[in-house]
Write a protein that binds this ligand. Structure first.
Ligand code: SF4
Length: 529
C-alpha cells in the first residue's frame, strides 16, 4: 500500500550515501564486470520511495553510482536519506549539501534508529520502521516542505505490517549497475547474540511478507533487468522456519516457470544444517549461497557471545551438510573476542583450511549501540573512541597491536591466491556439483547476456590472466573451469576472488579497516561535520 489522503503534490529526492570501502562490498570486482558500480540496491529507501503518495514525484539517486547534482537539489522540495553506521559521515555530508539549497532533510534507516545522536543537523529523524512515523513525516511535508525551526524526531510506534508493504521502487534504480539484486521476506531474529543489534532494532519475533509479495517482487526485479544473483537480505532466513517452508515451494515454482533465471542467496544461522527439509527445498529453488555467521570455531567463544545455536551440530559437519545441498557457505568471522588467545589466529587459519570456505568476512569485534555487548563494555569501561585511527571501538583483553597483527596475518594467509583458488576448486568439485541441473533461461540465452559474459571474460583474462600478478594460480583454476565448460563458475569465482585478494593485500599492510562496522574515515569518505 501507499500513504493515502494527501492532496498536496511534492517533489522528494531520495539519496543513498556512498559506502566506505569495505570487505563486503566487492568493489575490487567491479572493474572486471560490464559496468557494475554498486553493491546492492537499498531496500529501505526504495521501499519509502514506493510508499510515498502516488501523486508525489520521486527521484532516487545512489551516490555509489553518481553524485547528486545541483540540478537534483534545485528540483527537490525535500530530501530523504537512509543508511547504516558505516555511511554515517556520508549521510551527514548529504545533509550539509542539501542545506546549502535550504532543503528540509529527513533521515531514516538502521543507523539513525539505533543512534539518533549521530545526526544532529537533520531536520527530521525517522526512528524505527515504516509506520505511523512515516505517515506523520509525509503529512508534515505535505503541509509545509520548508525546514522546521528545530529538529523533529518521529518515532514509529505502530509499524505497518510487512504484508502491506508496497514493492520497493526497483524501477527507479539502475538495477543492472548493481553487483547483486536484493529482496526481503522477513525482518528480525529470534536469537540474541551479544554483539548483534538486529533483535533490538527489529524484534525477536520475525515479521513477514507473504509468498505472493515475494513472487511479485521477483517478477518486478526481472522486469527491471535483474537476471543474476538475488540476495535475501533477511537477518535470518530461517528465523521463522515455518515461514521459510511456506515460501520455498513458491520460489521453486517461480524458478521453474522462468527457467531458473535467478541464483538465490540468503543469510541463515548454521543450525539450518539440521533442517534437511528446508535445505532440500532450497536446492530445488536454486539457492546457491548461504551466509552463516559462524563467528568463531571456538566453542567457549560461541558460548560467551550467546551463540550456542551454532553448536547444534559440529561446525565442520554443518558446513559439509550445507555444501552437500549445492550451497556454498560464506562465513562471518570475528576476531578480538574476550575469549581470544595468542594462538587464535592460527586456529582460525586451520579452520579456513578445514572448512574449505572460500569467502570469510574476517572482521574485528566492534561494539554497536543498542547491543548487549555495548552495554557490557560500557559497564566495564572498555568502549573507546575509534574516530582517530583505531580499527575498533573495543578495548580488547589482548594487546591492541597483537590483535591487529593477528587479523592482518589471517587476511594475508587466508587470501593467498593459491589457497583461495584451491578452496574454490574444492567448491566446484564437492558443492557446485550437487546443484540441480537447470535449463538455460531465455534471458541467459539473450544477446545482452552473452555480451555481458564476453565483456567480463575479456576483462578477467586481460586484467588478471595477462596483467595480473597471480596469473599462475588463476590459470590453474580457470583452465579447469574451461575444460568443464563452466563459464558461469569461472566468471563468478574469479570476480569474487579478485576482490578478496586485492582487499586482503591492502589489509595486510594496514591500508584497510579491520571492521566492516567501524566508521573510521577512508579515502572514499567525505569530511565529517
Ligand atoms: S543469529 Fe544472526 S541476526 Fe540473529 S541475533 Fe545472532 S547474529 Fe544477529
Amino acid at each position: 500500500m501507499r500513504a493515502e489522503g494527501i492532496e498536496t503534490v511534492r517533489r522528494i529526492l531520495c539519496v543513498f550515501p556512498r559506502y566506505t570501502s569495505s570487505f563486503g562490498t566487492f568493489e575490487h570486482a567491479y572493474p572486471l564486470t560490464d559496468g557494475v558500480q554498486a553493491f546492492m540496491p537499498p531496500q529501505g529507501l526504495l521501499l519509502i520511495a514506493a510508499y510515498l503518495p502516488e501523486n508525489w514525484q520521486v527521484r532516487f539517486i545512489d551516490e555509489n553510482i553518481r553524485p547528486t547534482t545541483k540540478e537534483d537539489f534545485e528540483w527537490a522540495e525535500a530530501v530523504f536519506v537512509s543508511g547504516m553506521h558505516i555511511q554515517r559521515h556520508q549521510m551527514n555530508d548529504i545533509c550539509r549539501r542539501a542545506h546549502a539549497f535550504d532543503l528540509a532533510v529527513a533521515i531514516g534507516g538502521p543507523s539513525v534508529s539505533a543512534c539518533p545522536d549521530y545526526y544532529p543537523s537533520f531536520d527530521y529523524l525517522h526512528v524505527g520502521e515504516l509506520g505511523d512515523a512515516t505517515n506523520e513525516l509525509i503529512a508534515r511535508l505535505a503541509r509545509d516542505p520548508s525546514r522546521p525551526e528545530r529538529q523533529v524526531v518521529l518515532k514509529t510506534n505502530d509499524r505497518l505490517p510487512m504484508t502491506e508493504f508496497p514493492i520497493p521502487a526497483y524501477e527507479m534504480a539502475e538495477m543492472t549497475k548493481y553487483f547483486l539484486g536484493s529482496i526481503q521476506y522477513s525482518s528480525g531474529c529470534p536469537y540474541q547474540c551479544e554483539f548483534c543489534d538486529i533483535p533490538g532494532l527489529y524484534g525477536r519475533n520475525p515479521r513477514l511478507k507473504s509468498p505472493e509479495q515475494i513472487i511479485a517482487e521477483l517478477d518486478k526485479l526481472r522486469e527491471c533487468g535483474v537476471t543474476g544473483s538475488v540476495y535475501f537480505v533477511d537477518d535470518n532466513f530461517i528465523g521463522n522456519r515455518k515461514a521459510a517452508l511456506d515460501l520455498l515451494p513458491h520460489l521453486v515454482e517461480w524458478q521453474k516457470k522462468t527457467g531458473y533465471v535467478m541464483r538465490l542467496a540468503c543469510e541463515a544461522t548454521l543450525n539450518i544444517a539440521k533442517r534437511p527439509e528446508i535445505l532440500e527445498k532450497m536446492r530445488e529453488a536454486y539457492f546457491v549461497t548461504v551466509f552463516c555467521g559462524i563467528e568463531t570455531p571456538d566453542p567457549d567463544a560461541l558460548k560467551a557471545m550467546h551463540k550456542d545455536h551454532n553448536m547444534m551440530v559440529p561446525i565442520l559437519e554443518g558446513i559439509n551438510t550445507i555444501n552437500s545441498y549445492g550451497m556454498e557457505v560464506v562465513s562471518g568471522i570475528i576476531m578480538g573476542l574476550d575469549t581470544d588467545k595468542p594462538e587464535t589466529g592460527k586456529a582460525l587459519l586451520q579452520f579456513v583450511e578445514d572448512s574449505q570456505i572460500p569467502l570469510l568476512t574476517i572482521n574485528l569485534l566492534q561494539a554497536l549501540p543498542q547491543t548487549p555487548l555495548w552495554d557490557r563494555l560500557e559497564r566495564e569501561g572498555r568502549l573507546v573512541n575509534d574516530d582517530n585511527g583505531r580499527d575498533s571501538n573495543v578495548e580488547f583483553l589482548l594487546p591492541y597491536d597483537q590483535v591487529i597483527d593477528s587479523w592482518r596475518k589471517c587476511m594475508e594467509v587466508a587470501y593467498e591466491p593459491e589457497k583461495l583458488f584451491a578452496r574454490y576448486q574444492y567448491q566446484c568439485d564437492y558443492t557446485y556439483s550437487q546443484r540441480i541441473k537447470v535449463p538455460v533461461s531465455p534471458e541467459q540465452k539473450s544477446w545482452t547476456n552473452i555480451k555481458r559474459a564476453l565483456i567480463m571474460l575479456r576483462n578477467i583474462f586481460w586484467k588478471v590472466g595477462v596483467l595480473g600478478d597471480y596469473k599462475m594460480a588463476f590459470w590453474k583454476f580457470a583452465l579447469g573451469r574451461l575444460r568443464h565448460g563452466d563459464i558461469e563458475g569461472l566468471i563468478g569465482s574469479s570476480l569474487i576472488a579478485h576482490h578478496l585478494i586485492m582487499f586482503a593485500r591492502a589489509a595486510s599492510v594496514g591500508q584497510q579497516n579491520a571492521s566492516n562496522y567501524s566508521i573510521r574515515l577512508r579515502e572514499a569518505s567525505v569530511p565529517a561535520e
